[in-house]
Design a binder for this molecule. Structure first.
Ligand SMILES: [Zn+2]
Length: 202
């Protein structure tokens, strides 16, 4: 398997071809465009984010993708800026207090553990494993056809997502809900909270 490095902002990052867990479950293909502005994220050569949320389908009793999307950095920034400053500060403080993503980064890099499964195995906030939780979201930072190992990829479990949502003002929640209902086809039968995106910590 191809396994190399790429540079972003002058820093080298370890990369791999994007693994299938970060492909679209809907199309069984890699994501090719920003879900918000439709930019061609492969051709642009710019970094972008893939986000997938998993939950239990209450009628089928099994875990499935609730929503999935790729977004370009311009849109990530715009979404973040649409939230109130107070909400953004609270989210930042929450992740700063409850995760040590830089230390994790150093450890994984020290032992050259560049495998997506390892990076996704435990929630970065609660440390619970993917097998222990019903709901979780996964994030990847990508360029072109490659995933970058830098802070991401990571997993956040449903309990942590609930806590983040509680930090948001009603206005910020409304903005996120409106945005998501515009761009995502959400299935019924899922917990309401999981229909909202987790604001990104990038
Ligand atoms: Zn975009």
């Amino acid at each position: 398997m191809k396994n190399n490095t790429t540079t972003m902002s002058g820093k080298p990052f370890h990369t791999l071809p994007i693994p299938s867990i970060f492909h679209s479950d809907k199309s069984n293909q890699p994501f090719t465009e920003c879900k918000v502005c439709q930019k061609d994220i492969i051709r642009s050569g710019e970094p972008y984010i893939i986000e997938k949320a998993y939950g239990q389908d209450l009628t089928k009793g099994r875990r499935e993708v609730v929503f999935e999307l790729a977004y370009c950095m311009d849109c990530v920034q715009q979404i973040n800026e649409s939230l109130s400053q107070e909400s953004r500060d609270k989210i930042q403080a929450y992740f700063k207090e409850n995760t040590d993503i830089d230390k994790r980064d150093q450890e994984l890099k020290k032992y050259e553990l560049f495998e997506t499964d390892i990076w996704l195995q435990n929630c970065i906030v609660k440390n619970k494993s993917m097998d222990e939780v019903d709901e979780f979201q996964i994030y990847a930072l990508c360029i072109g056809n490659d995933i970058l190992f830098h802070q991401a990829p990571y997993m956040v479990c449903g309990d942590a997502i609930d806590e983040v949502m509680e930090l948001l003002s009603n206005k910020s929640l409304d903005i996120l809900n409106d945005l998501m209902s515009d761009i995502l086809d959400l299935p019924p039968n899922y917990d309401e909270l999981l229909k909202r995106p987790t604001p990104l910590i990038f």
